[in-house]
Ligand binder design. Structure first.
Ligand SMILES: C[C@](O)(CO)[C@H](O)COP(=O)(O)OP(=O)(O)OC[C@H]1O[C@@H](n2ccc(N)nc2=O)[C@H](O)[C@@H]1O
Ligand SMILES: Nc1ncnc2c1ncn2[C@@H]1O[C@H](COP(=O)(O)OP(=O)(O)OP(=O)(O)O)[C@@H](O)[C@H]1O
Length: 323
């Protein structure tokens, strides 16, 4: 007999889903669109740093609730604005049912770190609730709900590597010919994604007439970068990493320049800000080099934590009950 609160003998078993963080190996940002978003060529790579979302059954009419465990748990909102709760609400609305679920997030992905942590929890909650409620939502509909929840959420569901067009939600899967070794330097605080995009526009305006947001060329994925992924060539990938949001993130948090420099001096093939930051990502030649880069980053005190990870990693995956 289970002792989980709120479970009767007939209640379904809790469902646990594991969801990866991401790093953007290319983030080309176009001009500001009328809807407030930017067109992107966004090359996502999922890495094996995971949040776990568990959906427990709740009483009929109870509605959704969420708890969070992990080092950053106190920075995660536990009300209806939590992206996992919003995902449960959106799925319930789609099926015309009450969003009765108790969600538990085990958080390893840095909060507001540019690694799509909230998006991961949204994708995880969506899959977990769909299983718990037996709603059997087709994959295409799950992806559409993901896109409504946030630009990064569809990729959190899919994982692997993908090119995101539009605002990042229109995904084309990419072939990857090997595993890449990364180090992530987690910063003390977070950066707000909209604030970083605003700073990117401001810096472009500052560059003068003709360089403003409306003069920005359409973003395109780099063919050489895509070839580097396809071949699993870490050195070629390192030479072609790029993030148009990096100057904006560094402008808001100038100390990131030191973090990037320390990791590079420690032997990383390349360093860049992950997405909207402030997490800094270092591509290493192999596992031993990644361990050394992480050690130096910690020793120099330029980050709150340094984590090694590899990518690509699978997207949102149901861990239990077993398939
Ligand atoms: C920086 C990235 O993480 C790179 O993958 C994403 O572009 C951000 O994706 P996200 O966190 O899922 O962002 P959303 O929740 O969709 O949007 C938050 C805010 O970020 C800005 N935003 C986001 C995506 C995009 N293509 N253009 C934007 O300008 C907008 O101000 C938007 O209101
Ligand atoms: N489940 C959640 N986990 C983390 N943050 C959440 C969650 N739900 C809502 N939030 C809010 O979203 C904000 C952004 O958090 P998140 O960790 O998703 O940022 P991020 O990783 O930089 O996002 P991205 O890389 O997709 O731009 C947080 O500051 C927090 O207020």
């Amino acid at each position: 007999m289970s002792t989980t609160p709120g479970r009767s003998a007939a209640a379904p078993a809790p469902v646990t889903v594991r969801v990866p963080a991401k790093v953007n190996v290319q983030l080309a940002v176009g001009g500001l669109r009328p809807d407030g978003f930017h067109d992107l060529a966004n090359v996502f790579l999922a890495v094996d740093l995971y949040d776990e979302v568990t959906a427990f059954p709740a009483e009929p009419g109870e509605g959704p609730s969420v708890t969070c465990l992990g080092p950053d748990a106190d920075r995660v909102p536990l009300d209806r604005t939590n992206l996992a709760v919003r995902a449960a609400d959106a799925l319930a609305l789609r099926h015309g049912r009450s969003p009765d679920v108790r969600l538990r997030i085990r958080k390893e992905i840095p909060v507001a770190g540019g690694m799509a942590g909230g998006s991961a929890d949204a994708a995880g909650a969506l899959l977990a609730c769909d299983r718990l409620w037996g709603t059997r939502t087709p994959r295409e509909e799950l992806l559409a709900i993901c896109a409504e929840l946030g630009s990064d959420v569809p990729f959190s569901l899919v994982g692997g590597a993908a090119l995101g067009r539009g605002r990042g939600e229109l995904l084309t899967p990419l072939d990857v010919g090997g595993s890449f070794h990364w180090v992530f330097a987690v910063a003390e605080g977070g950066l707000s994604t909209p604030a970083v995009y605003r700073e990117c526009d401001r810096l472009r305006e500052e560059r003068g007439p003709g360089a403003g947001a409306d003069a920005v060329p359409a973003p395109e994925a780099s063919p050489v970068l895509l070839a580097a992924l396809r071949c699993g060539d870490a050195k070629l990938l390192a030479a072609n990493l790029s993030n148009d949001l990096q100057p904006a993130a560094v402008s808001l948090l100038p100390a990131l320049d030191d973090t990037l420099a320390v990791g590079t001096r420690a032997g990383a093939l390349a360093a860049l800000v992950s997405g909207s930051g402030p997490t800094c990502a270092f591509l290493a030649e192999d596992a031993a080099s990644a361990t050394e880069v992480a050690r130096v980053l910690r020793a120099e005190g330029v980050c709150r934590a340094a984590r090694t990870a590899t990518g690509p990693a699978p997207g949102a995956t149901v861990l239990s009950p077993a398939q």
